[in-house]
Design a protein around this ligand. Structure first.
Ligand SMILES: *Cc1c(COP(=O)(O)O)cnc(C)c1O
Length: 454
């Protein structure tokens, strides 16, 4: 046997020059976004007031499977890409599994997560269009940090609404955004009508991504030369993230393997789509039997317990109606530490792919996710983000099934980020004070009833 390789790297020249647009290859295309009042399908132009024009075109592009990555964006990718593909020998040994486990390490980006892959692209297209200001929401602060940095890179001003619970639990994420020069406001805030409405009803409201999105969109629409940017859910965000899976495809080839199972944690679907879509194209086009598993939190299980129907992307109903698996836009997820997974719906492409049976979903309890995170930290050295812990837990479950069955499957998961700024959460787990949250079935029923007629 030749020497074991731990990490697989691509030279800069091998960083992808195009993103993969799975919409072009899907047998059943995602249903259109609808105007909330007229219920008419939206055209790219209808989205121009909110997003940069090129991003609107990418959002609705169902014909071109490959989209060129602008040279300026690729240059900035070189600051941290390619990211390593790592064979998790340590985790395999700790589990005693015959499975071969690989992970794509997106935690090596300057901001610590995969979010920068889309933030750089979005900031670039805004800059190219002559936009001067961008605004967005952030949960755990990962997207806010990525956007703050990307805005600085392309000379834009960034205003970020951060979900209040995260603003308070994760002060260092706020400092990171401010270090890059962004203006950060806890949400709900009194600075927008959407925020005021929530605080009037519930002065102690801890915020949610839905509310923060409403606030950011309101600011974008009311501020000249300002666009809204979104870190997940939308098609163009998953498009930019395919750089993950395209690199991984080449790196798996270097390892001489092809994944039987691809796993990622699931908030709105961007890191899942990013790692999965390039492999899924071989399932769609060549009938390859790869399994794709999205790992969502048990307290916000839109894929496993939601319904597929039109719903708003935000709490106030400012967004178009999106065809998606959803728990209802009024659903308030429990305050788990994986802030990036606390979103009521799933992206349109993924929703259609799940409906059509191309992928599966599992839900993971908070304590199980941290137990998995600790085992990963001890066996591979990297402390994973609370979100990524869900992917690790799902990977461990699959690897243990391989052990039971004596099967040597190849499992690839995406390590979406590191958890070095999330040590409060680890502290709670280590001291035994971390709680699990029972999903309130009545609340889900209530919030789903509210969207029945949208
Ligand atoms: C935002 C985030 C997620 C969830 O978002 P997706 O769009 O579903 O990928 C997962 N992991 C990390 C580290 C994040 O920052």
């Amino acid at each position: 046997m030749s020497e074991k390789t731990k990490r697989f790297f691509l030279p800069e020249s091998e960083i992808p020059t195009q993103w993969y647009n799975i919409q072009a290859d899907m047998v059943t295309k995602p249903q259109p976004m609808l105007h909330p009042a007229t219920k008419q399908p939206l055209k790219a132009e209808d989205l121009f007031p909110i997003f940069a024009e090129e991003l609107c075109r990418q959002e609705l592009n169902q014909t071109d499977p490959w989209i060129d990555i602008p040279e300026e964006v690729r240059d900035k990718y070189k600051f941290y890409r390619s990211t390593p593909l790592v064979r998790a020998y340590g985790l395999e040994e700790a589990l005693g599994t015959p499975a071969h486990i690989y992970f794509k390490n997106e935690s090596v980006s300057p901001v610590g997560s995969h979010k920068l892959n889309s933030a750089l692209a979005q900031a670039y297209y805004c800059h190219k269009q002559g936009i001067t200001n961008v605004t967005t929401e952030t949960g755990a602060g990962q997207w806010g940090a990525a956007l703050a940095y990307a805005a600085k890179v392309f000379g834009l001003e960034a205003a970020v609404y951060q979900v209040k619970i995260s603003y308070e639990q994760k002060p260092y994420r706020r400092s990171i955004m401010q270090t890059y020069g962004a203006q950060v406001t806890p949400s709900p805030s009194m600075s927008t009508r959407a925020g005021k409405d929530v605080l009037t009803r519930d002065p102690n409201n801890q915020g949610s991504l839905g509310t923060a999105i409403s606030e950011a969109i309101e600011l974008a629409v009311n501020t000249p030369n300002c666009k809204y940017v979104l870190g997940s859910v939308l098609n163009h965000v998953a498009l930019h993230q395919t750089v993950i899976g395209l690199e991984a495809e080449k790196q798996m080839e270097m390892a001489g393997e092809y994944p039987d199972t691809v796993i990622a944690c699931f908030g709105g679907g961007s890191n899942f789509g990013g790692v999965a879509f390039p492999f899924m194209r071989h399932k769609i086009k060549d009938g390859k039997q790869t399994r794709f598993i999205a790992a969502e939190p048990a307290s916000c299980p839109k894929l496993t317990k939601g319904v597929f129907q039109y719903d708003f992307g935000d709490l106030s109903g400012l967004t178009p109606l999106l065809p998606m698996y959803t728990l209802g836009h009024n659903f308030m997820p429990a305050n788990i530490h994986a802030g990036g997974l606390r979103y009521h719906g799933a992206g349109m492409i993924i929703s259609q792919l799940l409906k059509d049976g191309y992928m599966e979903a599992v839900d993971i309890q908070q304590s199980e996710s941290f137990k998995a995170g600790l085992l990963f930290a001890k066996s591979e050295g990297i402390i994973p983000a609370p979100e990524s812990c869900h992917a690790i837990a799902a990977t461990i479950n699959e690897a243990l099934k391989c052990k039971e069955a004596g099967e040597q499957k190849v499992i690839l998961f995406n390590l979406s980020g590191h958890g070095l700024i999330d040590m409060t959460a680890y502290d709670q787990y280590l001291s035994g004070s971390l709680q699990d949250f029972e999903l309130d079935a009545e609340e889900v029923k209530r919030s789903l009833a509210e969207i029945k007629n949208l």
